[in-house]
Ligand binder design. Structure first.
Ligand code: 0A1
Ligand code: ZN
Length: 881
């Protein structure tokens, strides 16, 4: 048991910093186990601070202090106090600026938490967000302290020929003993969480970008030598993102150099350090034979995300960590829109909503629910959540929907103009949007402070005599931890009306101009909306484009849904109607399974799918989405008490029934679109792969030798990873006789490509096969598995506990015990990643009584473990409440 509960930090306690740091000069003599840091900070009392004490408190963790001086005068032991997390200097000058010089020592090799300065294979690199800078040297480690940084790196020339930091390289030279030095200067003031350095033996690809004002920017991507042939896509994505930000937001890059470094050991996806982004290799490296189509898409999205942070995050940053969604919600919204513009808006939107609804909605409905601007935390690293990122982006999207493209641009222009160089709040962002458009968003602000997903219930009443359709809307939100009562929110509801012949009905609403689509604004708990001059009852297409992050409850018959699948011109709602239709049918099968009744297939689904298949489709990716069944995790999210076995059985039954009914269509879809292509990443080629692999997946469920041969043939001849992996996955999931041989062969083929081996682990961890648990357990002992590499941990333990609900939630509880053992081991190595692994246990209230008990036991084991980190403690203890 922990001795004392860790401290909670509250938003309401925010105060201005007591001191400011205008500029920092850092000098680091780098080595794996003994790095020396000298920091000279130009400081002064903050005139805005109300505290008149002369004490200065700096944050610092896991540092060995060597010396301290103020204005060149060394401090003695009596002048300061050291504790585990702080350095306090009793008296510093109050009236004039002063220079505080600190020398300390750190051990990057011992830093397995990967925060601060650490070792990723042979490379030294940093991760300072949120509070990693304090593990490099003593500092005012908070985002509202913005300083200029000048950094000198000194290191061995052979081990570390490349020495990088933020900004521009201003000087370099040679030293004795085969050492060299480089000085970097970043002219832009920034918080220390954006500081970065990299030292290593790296290869680089270079390109150029000419900005809208004609400045030439040098672009560099650094990787290990063996990966140099996998950088092209990242570079293209970067240039596309730079152009897009100029065109859509009028934002130009500011430094002359933009660097990206890919590292194999990284806690998250990537990091937007000023001028020197550090990326998880997963979001940089791609070659057609090693990366799938979805890897290519993720790389494009993450490269853009980090680039966009240069304005939304770096130039305008957060005042405190409660405002995290200010930079993350806005930047995710920007990267989503960018990706949609690069390929297909329709598909991007559907995929984003799928993620939101399966994962973020679960977070919002569980014990860890928090508003997008949380009001308290124990460990800030636990708040890089789907709520802050994905729901945060939905909130920005709603502002975009309410203001329109031009209004939103006016708002963002004002925001950048007003706050460039400042550390601000979510409220400042909303105010800029209001002021630029002269509208009142005071009610809308509740989205920032209220947790939980609202439910929107809609009743339709059609009066044929009056030719009037009334929509009665009601919103409600369930209580969430620490927030029992909820207020009505301002919800934009996009709507279209469709006539019985499939044509679009013109919308006549109040005295507004007649339109084909309208955004209704629900602001009260209950509100009705009337539409006149409707000669017959139209079919309502509501919440188009998923215009608000809510759960929509509206009665729709299967026939009505089938109609929308045929006729809705809104690509999101057309797909959604199909999902609702198959979801409804799957739920009636689940009921039958629970009552041990015989399962019967509903032919309406088959005829709806056949109809879809008869049309001519240009966008085959969209067609694949229309033909896909809802995921098991989405189905689970719709159940009060999750029945993992029944969900799996019902979904498999329906999949097989569809495959039987449409076998010949799937065979021809497969044959038409199966082309042995390599290196083709245009939308058409991606669409072909997507549809043929979906067809093959339906056919595989038929357990038929002929289709087993299709998969095996595809597996052996594939020239791209999408096809090879899709085939291998189907082989593993079926009763295919060559399962073991193919798995072994895949490992041997790719053992030197870490990111492909991650896929090999994940595939086995996600398998529905009955052997999975034993396989996963055995794989933790595999020579290629290591708890020290977050990507490996995520691909085995994360994938098993978060993407294999059938086996993780096995009735005997062995999945839970397996997770606890691994979290405890990981807690000693990397608390941040360990805490993220606990997610699988947080939803215990959604399971039956026996499973609940087992999950609670597992969480209690974590809380009661000696030396549990505050990261894991916070997640586990809050989950139990
Ligand atoms: N700001 C980064 C994400 C990030 C956050 C924390 C990290 O370490 C604790 C690393 C990266 C982004 O949004 O891309
Ligand atoms: Zn981000």
């Amino acid at each position: 048991m922990r001795e004392a509960s860790p401290q909670t930090i509250y938003l309401k306690d925010y105060t201005f910093p007591e001191y400011l740091i205008d500029s920092v000069e850092l000098s680091l003599v780098l080595s794996e186990e003994d790095t020396r840091v000298v920091s000279k900070m130009m400081m002064q009392k903050n005139p805005d601070s109300e505290n008149r004490e002369s004490l200065l408190e700096l944050a610092g963790e896991e540092l060995e202090l060597i010396s301290l001086a103020i204005d060149g005068k060394a401090l003695s032991d009596d002048d300061y106090q050291l504790s585990e997390e702080h350095l306090q200097i009793a008296e510093v000058p109050q009236e004039q600026p002063f220079i505080l010089a600190i020398e300390n020592k750190i051990n990057p090799k011992a830093n397995t938490a990967l925060e601060g300065l650490y070792l990723s294979k042979q490379m030294l690199c940093t991760q300072c967000e949120a509070q990693g800078f304090r593990k490099i040297t003593y500092f005012l480690d908070r985002p509202d302290i913005m300083s200029t940084f000048k950094t000198t790196l000194i290191a061995d020339k052979d081990k570390y020929p490349v020495l990088l930091s933020n900004g521009n390289k201003v000087a370099e030279g040679e030293l004795q003993n085969n050492r060299h030095w480089v000085t970097w200067e970043d002219p832009f003031k920034k918080p220390c969480y954006l500081f970065a350095l990299v030292a290593g033996d790296l290869s680089c690809i270079e390109d150029k970008f000419v900005t809208m004002s004609g400045r030439e920017i040098s672009l560099q991507i650094f990787v290990e030598a063996e990966d140099i042939d996998k950088c092209e896509h990242a570079m293209d994505s970067l240039k596309n993102a730079m152009r897009w930000d100029e065109q859509v937001y009028g934002r130009e890059y500011d430094l002359d150099l933009y660097m990206i470094v890919a590292v194999s050991h990284f806690n998250m996806g990537a990091m937007e350090n000023k001028g020197l982004n550090i990326f998880n290799t997963k979001f940089v490296l791609a070659r057609p034979d090693t990366a799938t189509d979805s890897d290519y898409e993720h790389i494009e999205g993450v490269i853009a995300h980090e680039y966009f942070h240069n304005w939304t995050g770096n130039r305008v940053t957060c005042r405190d960590w409660f405002q995290l969604s200010l930079k993350e919600g806005f930047t995710v919204f920007r990267d989503q829109e960018f990706s949609g513009d690069q390929t297909s808006k329709a598909i991007k939107r559907i995929e984003d909503v799928k993620l939101l609804r399966t994962r973020q909605f679960a977070e919002d409905a569980g014990p860890l629910a928090h508003p997008i601007r949380p009001d308290s935390y124990i460990e800030i690293n636990n708040f890089y959540t789907l709520t802050v990122y994905e729901k945060g982006a939905e909130v920005v999207r709603m502002i975009h929907t309410l203001l329109g493209v031009e209004g939103f641009r006016r708002g963002s222009d004002l925001y950048f103009q007003r706050h460039d160089g400042q550390a601000v709040t979510c409220d400042d962002f909303v105010s800029a949007m209001e002021d630029a458009n002269a509208i009142d968003l005071s009610l809308f602000r509740r989205w920032y402070s209220q947790a939980g997903t609202p439910e929107l219930s809609v009743k339709q009443v059609y009066d044929s005599e009056q030719q009037c359709l009334t929509l009665e809307m009601q919103q409600s939100s369930s209580p969430t931890p620490r927030q029992q009562t909820k207020k009505p929110l301002h919800i934009p509801v996009k709507l279209g009306l469709i006539n019985s012949d499939g044509t679009t009905e013109k919308i006549n609403y109040q005295s507004r101009p007649v339109v084909e689509e309208i955004v209704l604004e629900l602001k009260q708990e209950k509100q009705t909306f009337e539409f006149n001059n409707l000669a017959s009852k139209p079919v309502v297409s509501l919440l188009r484009g998923f215009s608000a992050p809510v759960v929509l409850k509206m009665e729709q018959s299967l026939e009505e849904l089938a109609f929308l699948v045929r006729h809705d011109s809104d690509t999101f709602n057309r797909w959604e109607a199909g999902q609702k239709m198959s979801g409804t049918i799957i739920f009636s099968l689940i009921e039958a399974i629970q009552k041990s009744e015989q399962l019967k297939f509903n032919n309406l689904l088959l005829s709806s799918l056949s109809h879809v298949l008869q049309q001519d489709w240009e966008d085959l990716s969209y067609l694949s989405l229309l033909l896909s069944l809802p995921d098991e995790s989405y189905l689970a999210s719709q159940m009060k008490i999750i029945d993992v076995e029944a969900i799996h059985e019902a979904r498999e039954f329906i999949k097989k029934s569809i495959a039987e009914g449409l076998e010949s269509v799937f065979v021809s879809l497969y044959k038409q679109n199966h082309k042995d292509e390599s290196g083709c990443f245009d939308a058409a080629a991606i669409g072909r792969r997507r549809i043929k692999n979906l067809a093959l997946s339906y056919l595989s469920s038929l357990d038929n030798q002929q289709f087993y041969e299709f998969s095996e043939q595809q597996y052996h001849t594939a020239k791209n990873m999408t096809d090879q992996l899709a085939a291998l996955s189907l082989i593993i999931e079926s009763k295919h006789p060559s399962k073991e041989i193919c798995l072994q062969q895949f490992y041997e083929q790719w053992q030197h490509e870490a990111l492909v081996i991650d896929k090999w682990f994940a595939l086995q961890a996600c398998s529905r096969s009955s052997q999975t648990f034993d396989t996963v357990k055995t794989l933790t002992q595999h020579s290629a598995f290591s708890l020290n590499n977050p990507n490996r941990v995520r691909s085995l333990i994360g994938a098993f506990s978060q993407s294999n609900q059938l086996h993780f939630h096995a009735e005997n509880g062995q999945g839970y015990q397996f997770l606890v053992e691994n979290v405890i081991a990981l807690n000693r190595i990397n608390p941040q990643v360990a805490a993220r692994m606990v997610v699988g246990l947080t939803q215990w209230k959604r399971f039956d009584y026996e499973r609940q008990q087992k999950m609670k036991t597992a969480l209690n084991q974590l809380v009661n473990t000696a030396e549990i980190s505050k990261d894991v403690f916070e997640v586990a203890s809050k989950s139990l409440l």
